[in-house]
Design a protein around this ligand. Structure first.
Ligand SMILES: *[C@@H]1O[C@H](CO)[C@@H](O)[C@H](O)[C@H]1NC(C)=O
Ligand SMILES: *[C@@H]1O[C@H](CO)[C@@H](O)[C@H](O)[C@H]1NC(C)=O
Ligand SMILES: *[C@@H]1O[C@H](CO)[C@@H](O)[C@H](O)[C@H]1NC(C)=O
Ligand SMILES: *[C@@H]1O[C@H](CO)[C@@H](O)[C@H](O)[C@H]1NC(C)=O
Length: 499
């Protein structure tokens, strides 16, 4: 079902690509126009280019159309680009078989603007650290890579640093180079661009009723999407079903219609037998590299930071997603801590740090057996009451608790520790901002944290009380630690059901 919609998107996206490949040329009174003629005729004797030339001869009245025809389009759709005067443009627009005529212009690819959207514009605000940038190793766990893709070219890159202990090991036909690590699995193209249900249904009934159905893909129009970002319907959502007291997802990043490297061995979508190096894709697999890129960006400023510090920096500096829509789709179970902000993440002020012992204490609290703990941690672990923690006391950058009933009064506490990674002699004051759902009463002890030195740690306790939780949506609040410069924000989410 989604395939039709996806291939129609693909067509319009390709149209944009084609249009942008023709340079804008203007004569004194002539301009390059795109004459769009819809789908290609299936008649065996139809030759698009000679048709285009005879149309041009007719509208210009010239037998030689040299210098007029810029390009014939004859693969995905029928049409041509030509230099025309205003009166010729009007003439050709009225001709039978011509759908539309529009001026050729250089278009920016909309799908390559996600770094601008994330706030990573080239300019003064965006700090760079070129020497470290070329010396950073990123591990991404995702469903597959094509090592031969141009996006993984290691041209200009040195071999990995000597201290790196990893190896490049792929399967058959897997080409290792200075960039590519290891094969993580298979490619899953996700055809997910959409028609509204009612549009799709009317399309379907037309397809079923017409003898020879025809469709036209019109010129793409850019619209400014005010309430963006909106979390896509196919985005992975919480609550976390394994560790119910750890909020998931963590973070939101661009993931819809992203221009992405594509395996030339695969096909862009069902029934599309072309082989392409790049395609327009949507899915969590598209958000994931954005976040991995942000993590790498933060790492270039703080090469010694652990993954948990970088994760904390990314989560506590995310900007709040517009949550004015109703229902579960507009809660932390859709967007987590919010939308990623790389510039803010490179200066978080404070971080929630976790080490291996914290994870073991958490897994002990999750009642993992010593056998499983050994498999996970690589060491023999004996859980004991002193060693284990309640799962919700894991020093995570968000706070969440699942309660067993909604009708009662409750009190939940969270213990957390912050590490100063900003400036020495800083004081942070806590502030709580209410979110959606039932009103939560949140107390922070102590309410001010003073740090004398960098890397100093300070602990605090969050006590959340309330009653009669909303059974439809999670109840939430935000804890913000602020020193006037940094705002270290953590969502607090209390919920009862699985929604
Ligand atoms: C490896 O490449 C060869 C030659 O292109 C091909 O015949 C073979 O099926 C490939 N193997 C895998 C596992 O893709
Ligand atoms: C948030 O979304 C609502 C509903 O879509 C919209 O009316 C509002 O303008 C948005 N607010 C912001 C700050 O974008
Ligand atoms: C672990 O076991 C204890 C004791 O049986 C129980 O109270 C607790 O709820 C369990 N924790 C989890 C996360 O299942
Ligand atoms: C949480 O912190 C408080 C105050 O520091 C402390 O008394 C309590 O023992 C801590 N609880 C846990 C489970 O660590």
């Amino acid at each position: 079902m989604a395939t039709l919609a996806a291939s129609s998107c693909l067509l319009s996206c390709l149209l944009v690509l084609f249009l942008s490949s023709v340079s804008a040329v203007t004569d004194d009174d002539k301009q390059v126009y795109i004459v769009y003629m819809g789908s290609l005729s299936s008649r065996a004797d139809y030759t698009p280019t000679s048709d285009h030339m005879s149309i041009l001869q007719e509208v210009t009245g010239e037998s030689s159309i040299e210098g007029r025809l810029v390009r014939s389009y004859k693969r995905s759709f029928n049409g041509f680009a030509a230099r025309l005067s205003e009166s010729e443009r009007e003439k050709v627009a009225k001709m039978v078989g011509v759908v539309s005529v529009f001026p050729n212009k250089k278009l920016q690819l909309q799908t390559t603007t996600s770094w601008d959207f994330m706030g990573l514009k080239e300019g003064k605000k965006t700090k760079r650290n070129p020497t470290v940038e070329s010396d950073t190793i990123i591990g991404v766990i995702d469903s597959g890579i094509t090592p031969e893709s141009l996006s993984f070219s290691d041209k200009g890159f040195n071999p990995p640093p000597k201290k790196w202990k990893g190896v490049c090991s792929g399967g058959e036909n897997f080409t290792c180079n200075n960039i590519v690590g290891r094969d993580v699995a298979f490619i899953h193209p996700l055809p997910a661009a959409g028609l509204l249900t009612e549009d799709f249904e009317s399309l379907l009934s037309y397809l079923e009723s017409a003898d020879s159905p025809h469709a036209t893909v019109l010129k793409t129009e850019a619209i400014f999407n005010r309430p963006s970002p909106v979390i896509a319907s196919f985005s992975s959502r919480g609550p976390n079903t394994i560790a119910v007291d750890i909020l998931k997802p963590d973070i939101t990043a661009p993931g819809v219609e992203i221009l992405a490297a594509y395996s030339p061995d695969g096909e862009p979508s069902q029934h599309d037998t072309r082989h392409v190096k790049y395609s327009v894709l949507s899915g969590t697999s598209m958000s994931c590299p954005h976040v991995a890129g942000v993590a790498a960006y933060v790492k270039t400023f703080y090469p010694k930071w652990s993954p948990s510090m970088i994760q904390s920096a990314i989560m506590t500096t995310a900007w709040p997603v517009n949550a004015t829509r109703t229902g579960i789709a507009s809660t932390e179970f859709a967007y987590g801590a919010g939308h990623v902000d790389p510039i803010a993440a490179s200066n978080p002020g404070l971080v929630y740090e976790l080490d291996k012992a914290d994870h073991i204490a958490f897994l002990c609290g999750m009642n993992y057996t010593s056998h499983v703990l050994k498999v996970i941690s690589g060491e023999t672990v004996t859980c004991s009451e002193e060693k284990e923690i309640l799962p919700r006391n894991l020093n995570y950058p968000s706070m969440s608790a699942k309660l067993s009933g909604s009708g009662t009064t409750f009190t939940v506490t969270f213990n957390r520790t912050l590490t100063n990674v900003g400036t020495p002699n800083s004081a942070y004051t806590s502030k709580v901002v209410a979110g959606h759902g039932s009103k939560l009463d949140v107390k922070i002890m102590p309410s001010v944290l003073s740090f004398k030195a960098v890397n100093e740690k300070q602990s605090f306790m969050v006590t959340v009380t309330g009653s009669d939780l909303d059974p439809e949506v999670p109840s939430s609040a935000n804890l913000i630690w602020s020193d006037g410069t940094h705002n270290v924000r953590s969502p607090i989410v209390i919920y009862t059901s699985d929604y």
